[in-house]
Design a protein around this ligand. Sequence first.
Ligand SMILES: [Zn+2]
Length: 581
Amino acid sequence: MARILITSAIPYINGIKHLGNLIGSQLPADLYARYQRGRGNEVLFLCATDEHGTPAELAAAKAGKPVAEYCADMYAIQADIANRFGLSFDHFGRSSSEQNKRLTQHFAGKLDDAGLIREVSEKQVYSNADGRFLPDRYIEGTCPNCGYDRARGDQCENCTKQLDPTDLIEPRSAISGSTDLEVRETKHLYLRQSAMKDKLDAWIDSKTDWPVLTTSIAKKWLHDGDGLQDRGITRDLDWGVPVKKGDQDWPGMEGKVFYVWFDAPIEYIACAKEWADANGRADADWERWWRTDKGADDVRYVQFMGKDNVPFHTLSFPATILGTNTHNEETGSPERWKLVDYIKSFNYLNYDGGQFSTSQGRGVFMDQALDILPADYWRWWLLSHAPESSDSEFTWENFQQSVNKDLADVLGNFVSRITKFCRSKFGEAVPDGGQFGPREQALIEELTKRVRAYEGHMEAMEVRKSAQELRAIWVAGNEYLQAAAPWSTFKEDPEQAAAQVRLGLNLIRLYAVLSAPFIPDTSARMLSAMNTLDTSWPDDVATALNALPSGHDFTVPDVLFAKITDEQREEWQEKFAGTRD
Ligand SMILES: [Zn+2]
């Protein structure tokens, strides 16, 4: 039994995510986790909300709530939607947890002991009216280049010129609009990523099985221009992990917090401790997933994310881990943390001729999707159109076609026909009599080939290819049923028809097992209709097609998938064109 640690990129707390976010990490991670569990492997699948940083503070202010309360409320909403989408996290944690606070402070202390943190004095804009330092992008003013009057302190959106806040003409706070700003001196901690450059370079070079897309992004950041830069890991904010060196105060850093990019990936680890704590487990139970000195040596760790997150996961987070591990090696401390083994990254999903837009409410958001159709409709479409080798696009026409053909006509129709025919001629039990002939043997051979191919694609995290193979497996059953035509056979040879129906009913169980990673709710309904708890993987297809013996009771399920009508399609197209209420 293999042990597989899976993390999905953690969604930011300020709002409900759209379907493009879902297919960019959480959903394919869930597919992989469900598949690996189905194969009998030991899986720990973790995700969390990313809760720190200025955007959370501003969203809370807009909602008229204290930021901690806002995050708690939004966490509950996101957790509920994830659950309704069937995302099978072993734990859905929070980067604001006590566990993450302590672990973030622990890593910072280790990195400082290793000489990998330096203090930098910098000048930053302070807003007297807001009583706080302002991050660059929360300062607005007139662009010195093009005259656009809402340029931000980091960049002008109109002419794309990179700016410093002090370049802006008539700068003002984007929070309050106040022009009572001054430049103050403040001290921050920087992680010396530049000192880690050669180690990171060698580590990336060792990843010969990674896609070129992933390694080339990392290499670009390592070598372009002046190479990998040191990065600030602290901020002058109230909301965040207080800056401490382990459990000790950090002189000069009072009142500051770690910058969100530093603490967010550490939540992948802290989430495992949250999982252990929430389930009354010992520390050893989560450490055996994350500490290679405590049993995590045989763990394969896979991360899922959108391509924009690749630099963080190939460089910044590994710098935290590698720096800590190197220091521990040098000091003789046994503490060693697990580095990622494989990164699966995705391109973007576009929406109906443009982009999904959270700010403009353009596209379908996760809660809205579930208001109009069950999760499996969305899971199937999104996964079978995952933006793997290039960006992909959601259109309502394509969605309608895919649901109606693949789910209703192919899978749904197969299940409906065979169960109803059996009920009418043999009753609601697997019929006895007859034997499998050449046609059945041919089907078993084809399915064996296809199931092995499906396993290969799933193992390789080739999401689209897996979906295509699964669909071909469904189609093979339909074609068999069409050719065998038990409704005709029954007239001349009821025994032969019984064997054909017995095969068909067993195919429903087989399909439920194979399809569970894609459409878990439907899979559960199929198993329930077949009155079985047997979810064993078809290592041998012939054996699997005898799992339900003659005489085994079943029930005819309700329609598995309703077709999407043209009227529905047009109504939804209109509804999601922009500006959600
Ligand atoms: Zn400009």
